[in-house]
Design a protein around this ligand. Structure first.
Ligand code: SF4
Ligand code: SF4
Length: 70
């Protein structure tokens, strides 16, 4: 299964919790900051993502939405 992880850059504070929580190492921190100066999380690839939603559940800013690819 593959999934898209949509991260709301405006809400993300770059805490890296989702990056560290992901069991498939699908997320990373971006090299460019968002409008508030935080470095947001981004999805590296949809191929490895299982859609487990652990990242979305753990995000303290509720900035992540997971969409399964059918
Ligand atoms: S849904 Fe699961 S596998 Fe996909 S990025 Fe989030 S924690 Fe990682
Ligand atoms: S857990 Fe949420 S706030 Fe923290 S880096 Fe990930 S998306 Fe951003």
């Amino acid at each position: 299964m593959r999934a898209y992880v949509m991260i709301n850059e405006d809400l993300c504070k770059g805490c890296e919790i989702c990056v560290n929580q992901c069991p498939t190492n699908t997320l990373m921190i971006a090299e460019e900051p968002n409008n508030k100066g935080y470095y947001p999380a981004v999805q590296i690839t949809v191929e490895a993502c299982t859609g487990c939603r652990q990242c979305a559940i753990m995000c303290p800013e509720v900035a992540i939405e997971v969409k399964l690819v059918r």
